[in-house]
Design a protein around this ligand. Structure first.
Ligand code: MET
Ligand SMILES: [Zn+2]
Length: 759
């Protein structure tokens, strides 16, 4: 019989319960007991819900207050040295994720520890906490074995679950050597970490687990033969140590390719593959399994919100069943549903206002149901779920033929794009001279990345406006006041290039996890994109009217709009991206016309969109950079185009960044070492650059001397004329107090540099 399974359920809660309780805990309003109670309740609801939708293998251990990789590190006692003196518990885990700063008290010295690094989880917009390993790293299970506890918790509710753990190779490969352990070969830690996995598996088996899901997403990356060999050795060893357990090794986000070769020679009982990203891999995977191994088919898109075309999914699943038999097939989402919103049940407004779109959607709860329907169809014949299949076919067809997804004018404009629309009029060196003459700035100009604190008041006003509790005029007046407040604050801080603060910026639709307790609501792109009205001109012009300092217009770039939306899956992403680029181009040109001299087009997501396999880079970078150029090159030499990127390994995309031809690039840098700047210099990056001098994910206030040290180090690689001073990223998630203090210290750095520069 085909088994209906899931790889992971969103942990934020349908009403963002997790975020709310975690933030109350941080604010000191609730204690650890309340925090744990809330989690117990939510986990129970999630398990029940999955069971009710008809799933048989339900994951446990997929919950997290902050990040599952961080939890895994903590469970294996991988605690960076600087946190080891803190007492074991939630507070320490949060401290590792977000840094910790406490003033001295009479009895205690002050605490000031930097957070561990955060990185994008493969090519998603989820961020994980990068494990730090030391040369003499030890591993061990602590007093709290999260995976085991959650398995037992479900068991007590009468729900038999499949515990999920991050696999040993991915755990190590996703980590990095700690500062004191440069050059550490991460895989050399395998002999030390494996006994702990064995211990964990023995405990799970003793508690009654039969299946264990071991996530090895690194298997979809380019891996050396040596690493693949390690996979073989490791899984043979783990299998031998836990003979009563059945391992489901889960891969997702791409194709396994040749990396699959080792699987058949191991006791791995089931292999999960992503058939949404790579449906073409099915046959080669079948050919590479041994006679008993089960194939878990990732047929339901775990990263998007569209209903699955069940007829098409059934075709693939039937092919698998035909090839290996129904006893060797599972049906599953492509990856954990962590990346999809929770349920459509509460999308009342969307259902009312956009019933057509609503009919095309499936969030996590609905996706679980789809998995069940597929399993039923495979086990009992399509007739057994005829009504559900017919209903699905009707939605799919309605979407396919909807007149609201195509716009002829947009399509024509796309056809008519010419190469001149992809380049500035002159090269950077020429533009830089023009820009310095027409609008001189002090040396080491200071700026911010765009957003300022999104206060309670701002969120309240926005929510009232969306609920029609206040009218547009009142809302706009409110935003204007916020802009004014923000401009005054920046003037007081004596920043050089100001921003309006992005108070009006909002997110839409279903919530998903971004990092820590932070959730985002990506917009849904369901049809051809065009600019209906100017988007930011009014706010930007108003902000400029308040000050004599230059105001920087602020836009999200085409690739980032694409990456941070739930995108239609019926036309290629490159086309959606070009449509977005044209709309942004119009806005950039209009900002210039309105005398806005600095325009920032953010592309924080360009790197995260990089395909996971090197052979696919070139094609992606071609259309992605072209889209950025299309959006930014409609202006004259005088206009300073900024772009911003964060959370990235830029190593792989230097050439692309150079080709983007921005006048100023601000990048996240404060937590990376200066190697990255060295590389920028080496690759011949010659335009303006502002490597962030402080981390904005942490509430701690950096000192001037700490930031000055960073800036000094930067000047080893970057000519003084090109260096900008700014934070790592926007300040939206921070409070005003820390922002004012941090920026004051930051501006002092620029002033100190200027003073030295004169002598
Ligand atoms: C994640 S990058 C965000 C850039 C945006 N302009 C901001 O300041 O928030
Ligand atoms: Zn950023």
């Amino acid at each position: 019989m085909v088994v209906a399974t899931n790889l992971g359920f969103p942990r934020i809660g349908a009403q963002r319960e997790t975020k709310k309780i975690v933030e109350s805990f941080w604010a000191g309003k609730v204690n650890e007991v309340a925090l744990d109670e809330a989690a117990v309740k939510l986990r129970a609801e999630n398990w029940k819900l999955q069971k009710e939708q008809g799933l048989e293998h339900i994951p446990s251990g997929d919950f997290s207050f902050y990040d599952h990789v961080l939890d895994h590190s903590v469970m294996f006692n991988v605690i960076p040295q600087r946190f080891r003196h803190l007492a074991d518990g939630h507070e320490r885990t949060f401290a590792i994720g977000r840094g910790i700063q406490k003033p001295a008290t009479e009895t205690q010295a002050k605490v000031d520890i930097e957070a561990q690094e955060m990185k994008k989880w493969f090519d998603t917009n989820y961020h994980y906490i990068v494990p730090e390993f030391e040369t003499n790293q030890t591993f061990g299970l602590g007093s709290k074995i999260k995976t085991l506890e959650e398995f037992n918790e479900a068991k007590a509710l009468g729900i038999h679950t499949r515990p999920v753990v991050l696999g040993p190779l991915s755990f190590l490969l996703l980590g990095k050597p700690a500062k004191n352990s440069h050059g550490l070969d991460l895989l050399s830690l395998l002999p030390k970490v494996l006994p702990v996995y064995e211990e964990l598996f023995a405990k799970l088996a003793a508690a009654g687990a039969d299946w264990v899901q071991i996530d090895e997403p690194c298997l979809v990356l380019d891996l050396s033969a040596e690493i693949i060999d390690q996979y073989r050795v490791v899984y043979n060893r783990l299998g031998a140590a836990a003979p009563s357990l059945k391992f489901l090794v889960a891969t997702y986000f791409g194709r396994i390719g040749n990396n699959v070769a080792f699987v058949k020679d191991t006791p791995i009982a089931a292999l999960h593959i992503d058939l949404v990203r790579s449906p073409e891999q099915l046959q080669s995977i079948i050919d590479n399994l041994n006679q008993t191994q089960i194939l878990s088919l990732g047929l339901i898109d775990g990263r998007n919100i569209w209903k699955t075309n069940l007829a098409k999914a059934l075709e693939l699943a039937n092919a698998a069943v035909k090839a290996v038999g129904s006893n060797r097939v599972f049906v599953a989402p492509s990856c954990s549903l962590l990346h999809a919103p929770v349920t459509l049940r509460f999308e009342k407004r969307l259902a009312q206002q956009k019933p057509e779109l609503f009919d095309w959607l499936a969030y996590s709860e609905e996706k679980c149901k789809e998995i069940h329907i597929l399993a039923q169809a495979l086990n009992n014949g399509a007739e057994s779920v005829a009504a559900a299949l017919a209903d699905n076919a009707r939605s799919i067809e309605a979407r396919r033929v909807s007149p609201h997804t195509t716009n002829a004018a947009v399509r024509q404009r796309l056809e008519a794009i010419v190469p001149d629309q992809l380049r500035r009029r002159n090269v950077f060196a020429t533009r830089q001279k023009t820009q310095e003459e027409s609008l001189p700035l002090p040396r080491f100009p200071t700026t911010t990345i765009g957003s300022f604190p999104q206060t309670k008041e701002i969120r309240l006003a926005r929510s009232k406006f969306t609920k029609n509790e206040i009218d547009e005029k009142t809302y706009k007046e409110f935003i204007k006041k916020e802009i004014e407040f923000c401009v005054r604050a920046q003037e007081k801080l004596d920043l050089d290039v100001l921003v309006h603060g992005e108070a009006e910026r909002n997110d839409m639709n279903g919530w998903i996890a971004s990092y820590g307790s932070r959730c985002v609501r990506p917009p849904i792109i369901f049809g051809d994109v065009h600019r209906v009205n100017p988007m930011t001109i009014e706010e930007t012009v108003y902000a400029q009217s308040l000050t004599n300092k230059p105001m920087k217009g602020m836009l999200t770039g085409p690739v980032t709009c694409l990456r941070w939306s739930f995108v239609r899956d019926d036309i290629p992403q490159s086309i959606v991206c070009t449509q977005l680029a044209l709309a942004i181009r119009d806005e950039v040109v209009d900002l210039e016309k309105a005398n806005i001299v600095h325009v920032q087009v953010d592309e924080p997501a360009i790197r995260e969109g990089l395909p996971l396999r090197a052979v696919d880079y070139e094609y992606y970078l071609q259309w992605a950079v072209d889209a950025f150029l299309l959006s930014t090159t409609g202006v004259t030499d005088k206009t300073v185009i900024h772009t911003h990127m964060c959370y990235s390994d830029f190593q792989d995309i230097f050439q692309a960044i150079i080709r983007m031809d921005a006048d100023v690039l601000t990048i996240e840098n404060s937590k990376s070492d200066m190697k990255i700047l060295n590389a920028f210099a080496k690759h011949g990056y010659s335009a303006g650059i502002g490597p962030g001098v402080f981390d904005i994910h942490s509430p701690r206030v950096p000192s001037t001397s700490e930031m000055k040290e960073r800036a000094d180090a930067m000047l080893e690689y970057i000519p003084a004329r090109n260096l900008w001073i700014n934070p790592d990223c926007g300040l939206k998630t921070r409070g005003w107090k820390e922002v004012n203090e941090s920026l004051e210290n930051m501006v002092a750095v620029a002033k100190a540099l200027r003073a030295l520069d004169k002598v």
